[in-house]
Design a binder for this molecule. Structure first.
Ligand code: IMP
Ligand code: MG
Length: 450
């Protein structure tokens, strides 16, 4: 990949997070103006690092204040439903906008305050951001600082360990808990942390796009976890069954069960009547079918137009349609080799799918999620916001779990239209991770006792 391509690629708006870019822009000034020291002068170098650190910290303190103001502004000017629906105060022109909305028009809802200055100082102590002279604070630095601030928020609160402040943690599957397309095997280091959450009385949901309407496939992919949970004699069964799996974004709900008499355990499907949100019940089957038919036609059209190899196939499910890579026999190596989609092809497909469905009347009456899974593209009925919200209701219908008491961990947070964890931001606080190892690291910090 030439550097020119790389530069242009990063300019693509659908890959950008406007808030993170804006923070990056603010930090660029102290970097450009002050992150300079005289080569070889140790004292000067140290003084420069300290000066730059304090300037970065001041910026984070100011952003922290803007977020606090926005939370207060939104709670004064928006109804609870609007806040929970993620309506931005941008839509409330008559009432004005919070300052943060004016500065970053696409900003979403913040459900909790974020101790950003403290988080920056902690990340700086690990990543030496302010000691760098050639590389300005990056997208990744800021992603980590935002995550750390969210962790500090939950840790700061008393009662983290009895499921009162943090009542629900949801995880995406692929890339978050296991490698893309992988399974949760017994030795996966995330398992002890998931058990610890359940032991603390915190509900755990795995909210994934992978959609199957029978328990077996999920049991196989999560085998290591359910065996470990079954073996944990120090967690009461009433708490063990607080593990759920929401499949197909928001289409199929399963709950862990144990039947000691039969020596049986695994996932049991929960009847839709018990957990579907009223707005989902209102979707007509006809609109769902028409949306998937239309998406399938669009994928077929794209397959022709982009001249994709015949091994690339289109899969139609009850609640989803996707285009997936294939395999072909290679004469030279005498074995099956993968036939993949290029990055550009994946992006062309997902953006076309999203755009065409947005202007198709039946799809507008329901909700759907189009995303690029890294090697495939899917259109699913529903979304992770609805998946997380359904769980918030399901665990406690009398006193539903609030977005401020919910944490979703996922890898797909690029703006809507090409990523599916993005929508979970409408329903709770989030951690944006880039690998299963990062998930483990954050859980370790969340659950470690100081
Ligand atoms: P997630 O990261 O757990 O949300 O899973 C996303 C991946 O699940 C996709 O990239 C697909 O490879 C896979 N997958 C399997 N079945 C489905 C489906 O019905 N809809 C969407 N993705 C699916
Ligand atoms: Mg994922």
């Amino acid at each position: 990949m030439s550097s020119r391509y790389r530069v242009e690629y990063h300019l693509k708006s659908h890959r950008k997070d406007e808030f993170i870019d804006w923070v990056k822009g603010l930090l660029a000034s102290p970097f450009v103006l002050h992150a300079v020291s005289h080569e070889g002068d140790y004292n000067d170098d140290l003084a420069t690092t300290q000066r730059v650190r304090s300037q970065y910290a001041d910026i984070f303190k100011d952003i922290e204040g803007l977020i606090k103001d926005k939370i207060e502004f939104d709670s004064r000017n928006m109804s609870q439903d609007e806040i929970e629906d993620g309506a931005s105060s941008q839509s409330l022109n008559i009432l004005g906008q919070s300052r943060l909305n004016l500065l970053v028009p696409s900003i979403g809802t913040f459900f909790t305050e974020l101790p950003l200055e403290q988080a920056f100082l902690w990340e700086d102590s690990q990543r030496a951001i302010s000691a760098r002279r050639m590389v300005a604070p990056s997208f990744n630095d800021i992603r980590h600082i935002l995550n750390t601030a969210q962790i500090f928020h939950f840790k700061k609160q008393e009662n983290l360990h009895n499921g009162k402040v943090l009542r629900l943690v949801t995880f995406d599957g692929d890339v978050t808990l296991y490698e893309d397309g992988g399974s949760l095997v017994y030795t996966n280091p995330v398992i002890p942390y998931i058990l610890k959450l359940l032991r603390c009385g915190i509900n755990v949901g795995i909210v994934t796009a992978a959609g199957y309407d029978e328990a077996g496939t999920y049991e196989n992919r999560l085998k290591g976890l359910i065996v470990a949970l079954h073996d944990s004699t120090d967690i009461p069964v009433s708490q063990k069954q607080n593990l759920t799996r929401m499949g197909g974004e928001s289409s199929y709900l399963f709950r862990y069960y144990e039947d000691p008499e039969e020596d049986n355990f695994g996932f049991r499907q929960i009847d839709k009547e018990e957990w579907l949100l009223p707005r989902m019940k209102a979707w007509s089957l006809e609109d769902v079918e028409k949306t998937l038919d239309f998406a399938e036609r669009t994928l077929n059209r794209l397959r022709k137009r982009l001249n994709l190899p015949s091994e690339i196939s289109i899969i139609r499910k009850v609640r989803a349609v996707g285009i997936v890579p294939g395999e072909r026999y290679d004469e030279a190596s005498k074995r099956q080799v993968p036939v993949k989609l290029d990055r550009e092809q994946l992006e062309e497909i997902v953006l076309t799918l999203q755009n065409t469905l947005e202007s198709f009347a039946p799809s507008r009456r329901i909700q759907f999620s189009c995303f690029d899974g890294g090697s495939d593209v899917w259109c699913d009925i529903g979304g992770k916001d609805l998946g997380v919200r359904s769980l918030q209701q399901f665990y406690n219908p009398e006193s539903p779990i609030q977005p401020s008491e919910t944490l979703h961990v996922g890898d797909q947070f690029a703006p809507v239209g090409s990523a599916n964890d993005f929508k979970a931001r409408l329903a709770g606080c989030t951690l944006w991770i880039a690998s299963p190892q990062e998930t483990v690291n954050y859980l370790h910090r969340l659950l470690e006792t100081d």
